[in-house]
Design a protein around this ligand. Structure first.
Ligand SMILES: C[S@@+](CC[C@H](N)C(=O)[O-])C[C@H]1O[C@@H](n2cnc3c(N)ncnc32)[C@H](O)[C@@H]1O
Length: 213
């Protein structure tokens, strides 16, 4: 369970954004996820559910796509979007990414766009990704990393973390978390030049890897 203040700030920010016509995303992880009919997939931090709906359509009737998010209003918007498309193979789970309410070895694909940086315990999130993927399963994640360790005064501020920047870890820490979770080879599909976000410098990247067999 991440600290309640942080969960509250994140839920409040995204509850407010759930009714607005804004783009929440910083990456295109879905473009690299080769989703085949019958696949079981999850999007971590699924927001309005757009990527869940794309995955469900690609996975077809034999497959399934879950959205995982802490914001109840985002999930309501996502459920309504899935209903409009008459998709029967989706579900939206209210869950923190540090404790994903899915069984071990369930997923062929884990996707996540611009969300893992909100977590104060990213090592735990990566362990959850490893646990829920089937052996051989693939993750494709778009996220940001910080050019330098984020000062505690920013990192301990729930509002700055909810704004998608103060929770960022350095590139080195990011890859250590992946390695500690058990992911051996990680491919960098896209990486931006450094840019200002909030009060720090970050880079965006999209990465892909497999849970070993
Ligand atoms: C920047 S939005 C991205 C939404 C979506 N992936 C997209 O690309 O449009 C981040 C989403 O992650 C959710 N979120 C943030 N931290 C989370 C956490 N620790 N556990 C679960 N969901 C979280 C927010 O509620 C929000 O819907």
């Amino acid at each position: 369970m991440i600290s309640e203040n942080f969960t509250l700030a994140i839920s409040q920010r995204y509850d407010e954004l759930s009714g607005q016509e804004c783009c929440l995303s910083c990456g295109g992880a879905i473009n690299y996820a080769d989703i085949k009919p019958g696949f079981r997939c999850a999007d971590l931090g699924s927001g309005k559910g757009y990527d869940v709906m794309k995955m469900a359509t690609m996975a077809g009737e034999e497959g399934f796509a879950w959205g995982v998010d802490v914001s109840e209003s985002m999930m309501e918007t996502a459920r309504e979007n899935a209903r409009k498309l008459n998709l029967k193979n989706t579900d939206f789970i209210k869950s923190e990414l540090e404790d994903i309410k899915l069984d071990n070895n369930t997923l062929d694909v884990v996707l996540s766009n611009c969300t893992i940086n909100h977590s104060l315990n990213q090592g735990k999130v990566w362990k959850e990704i490893y646990r829920t993927l089937k052996p051989g399963g693939v993750f494709v994640v778009s996220d940001i990393f910080a050019m330098e360790k984020v000062p505690a005064a920013f990192r301990n501020n729930p509002h700055y973390v909810a704004e998608c920047w103060a929770g960022a870890v350095t590139r080195n820490e990011y890859f250590k978390n992946l390695e500690k979770a058990g992911f051996k080879k990680v491919e960098i599909l896209e990486e931006s030049a450094p840019y200002e976000k909030g009060k720090i410098k970050v880079c965006s990247f999209t990465i892909k890897g497999n849970k070993p067999f």
